[in-house]
Design a protein around this ligand. Sequence first.
Ligand code: FES
Ligand code: FES
Length: 191
Amino acid sequence: MDDQPASSIENSGASADVHLVLHVNGGDREIECDQRTTLLDALRDHLDLTGSKKGCDRGQCGACTVLVDDRRVLSCLTFAVAAQGQQITTIEGISEMGSGTALQEAFVNHDGFQCGYCTPGQICSAVGMLDEVKRGWPSAATADIDEPVDVVLSDTEIRERLSGNICRCGAYVNILAAVRSVAADTGQDMA
Ligand code: FES
Ligand code: FES
């Protein structure tokens, strides 16, 4: 498409390298990589943005969560080539996003981590989750899904909506408290 950044593919035997332009944290970054490179590997290995973590590399832990066009995605399951032309926000750029800084501070104030390995993914996921709530997107825990959905954010809702992010240290109680406090501070209906 005309408005897509240019990319080129050169076949060289078994592998094919691509030149990509990724819009990351407000700026264009160019990389050369194998066309099968995941967004997570592109961020960590090509752009030195190591805040996004590789936990399982198969979509099961949420440690690699980033925002693409403000929606949370698992970067280990996303090809970098498919993220061209979209706004990618990692934990390094999250303070630019509305509730990003507040969540980072709340995680510190509520002790929402121990080793910290899952924390970047938890915070990116929480930013995306609070935005989904604001848009009235229901979750599996939402009782009334008649349009327009007015989400009342209970602890069950928060747990369900962040259930894709695993914390091996078991800091869930404090993560819940951190997210709750930020949601309440922004005027969200709470239960
Ligand atoms: S590293 Fe992506 S979900 Fe675990
Ligand atoms: S704080 Fe260690 S995995 Fe969550």
